[in-house]
Ligand binder design. Sequence first.
Ligand code: TPP
Length: 512
Amino acid sequence: MNGAESLVHTLLGSGVDVCFTNPGTSEMHFVAALDRIPGMRCILGLQENIVTGAADGYWRMAEKPACTLLHCGPGLANGLANLHNARRARSGIVNIVGDQAVYHRPYDAPLTADTEGWARGASAFVRTSTRAEDVGADAAVAVQAARTSPGQVATLILPSDASWNEGGVVAQPLPVPAVPQADPHAIRQAARVLREKRNVLILLGGLGLREGAQRQAHRIAAATGARLMAEGSNGRIQRGRGRLALDRVPYVVEQAAQALGWVEHLILVNAKAPVGFFGYPGKPSRLYPPAAEVHVLTRFEQDAEQALAALAEELGAPRADIPDPGARPEPARGALSPEGLAQTLAALMPEGAVVVDESVTYGRGFFPLTNAAPPHDWLQNCGGAIGYGPCVATGAAVAVGGRRVVGLQADGSAMYTVQALWTQARERLPVTTLLLSNRKYQILLGEYRNVGANPGRTALDMMDLGNPDIGWVQLANGMGVEAAQADTLDRCADLMAQSFARPGPFLIELLI
Ligand SMILES: Cc1ncc(C[n+]2csc(CCOP(=O)(O)OP(=O)(O)O)c2C)c(N)n1
C-alpha cells in the first residue's frame, strides 16, 4: 500500500467521503488511489476557491468535514480567500495540499513555495507528512482537528513521494473530542445579570442559532424580558416557521449603533461582541455602548443549547412557544424591489430550502420579510471575502442531497467564483441562483461616503460593472446552466417556481 492509498482508506474510515478537488501532478497518486478504492465522491472545481468554498458549504450543512485536494502552494493560495471565510464561519475542512517531493524541494522548481506558511494564516492545524508510513496517522489527526468544536480548517500537506512510496499504514479513526459544556459559573453569572439588570441583550452566534438553542433562548427571553439577536454574519441560522424571528446586528455602523444603543448588558452565546466591519474616520470600532458590560455564557466551541437550557432552568423559566410569524405571504407582483423579492422568496421557497446569502447591499432587509417562510437554513459570509456564495451553495447542495439551494447572489461577488456554476451543472445540483444584476459595486459607493471621500469620475468608474455589461444568461449557458432574465417580480416568481419544480441548477438574472 502506498501513502496515497493509506490516506484515502483513513479518510473513508474517519467518515470523510466527499472530496472537492482541483488536482495537479503532485496529487496524481491520490487521484489514482481514488480509482482503486471505492467510496469517495470526487467533485471537480475549476479554480481552488470553488473547492475550498464548497468544502465550507458542505460542512455547514453536513456537520462533518469534506476534504479538498489542492495543487502545491499556488493552488492553496488560490483557495485562501474562501478558506479564510470558512475559518470565520468556524467550518471544519480537511484541506489536503499535494506538494513537491521531499527530495525535489531543494532544487527550487517553479511551483515550490512556502506552502506551510500560506496555510497557517487560514488553518488551525498544519502538518506536512514527509513519509508514506506517517500519512495515514497524520490524516486521522487532521480529521480529528477538523471536527474539533466548533469546526476548524486542518491542512495536511503531502509531498508527492510520501504519496507514491510504499509503506502506507491505514490509521484508525480518532475520537471526535466532546463539545465542551459551559462553565457553571458563567451560567450563574448570566442568571444573576438576567434577574437583577435591565436592558440585557443575548447575542446568539454559531451553534446558538440552531433550532434547539433558539427554543431555550426564547424561554429565557420570555421569562426575563431580555432581547435576542443574531450576529451580523452567521454561518447557518435555522429560520422560518417554528424558529425565532431574529434580527441581526446591522452592517452599517450608524444603524448598528442605533440598534444596540440601549444595551447595558450583553450576554454572548457562541458569539463575539459586535464590531464594525472596518474602522471609519470618527466612527467607533465597537458597535455596542462603551459602558455596556459584556458577559460570556459560552465561547465559540462550547455547547450553546445545553448552556441555554441550564440557564433557563436556573431562572425557573417556563416553556414558551415560539411565536407564530403570521400567514405565509403571496408572491409579490410588479417592479423588482428588495422587499418584493424577499416576499416572493418567502412565498415560494420549498420547505427545507438552504438560502446562501451573498446579496450584499440588496438583501440587507431580507430577514424580517422571510420569517413566515417554511423552515429553512440561511447561510451568510462570515469572513467578508466576496465570492463565497456560488461555492458555498455548491457544497451545501452536495451535503443536503436533493433539497433546494437558493443563492441570493450579487453580481460583482459572483464574478469572483463564477466557475462554480459549471460544477453545479456537472453534478446536477438543485441550486437556483437569483443573480442580483445591478451592474455595479453598489456597496463601495456607500463605503466611499463612510470613509469621508468624495468619488470623482475615475473612482465611480471603478465601481461600474456596466461597461461592458456582463452577459449572465450566456455565462450560465456556457457552463451548462439554464438561465433567464427577469425584470419584474411576476416573471421572477414564474421562473423561481419553474426552477424549484425541476432538478438541476438554474440562474435567474434579476435586472435590479
Ligand atoms: C476578496 C475580496 N475582494 C474585494 C472586496 C471588496 N469588496 C467588498 S464588496 C465589493 C463589491 C460588491 O459588489 P456586488 O457583489 O455587486 O454587490 P453590491 O455592492 O452591488 O450590492 C468589493 C469589491 C472584498 N470584500 N473581498
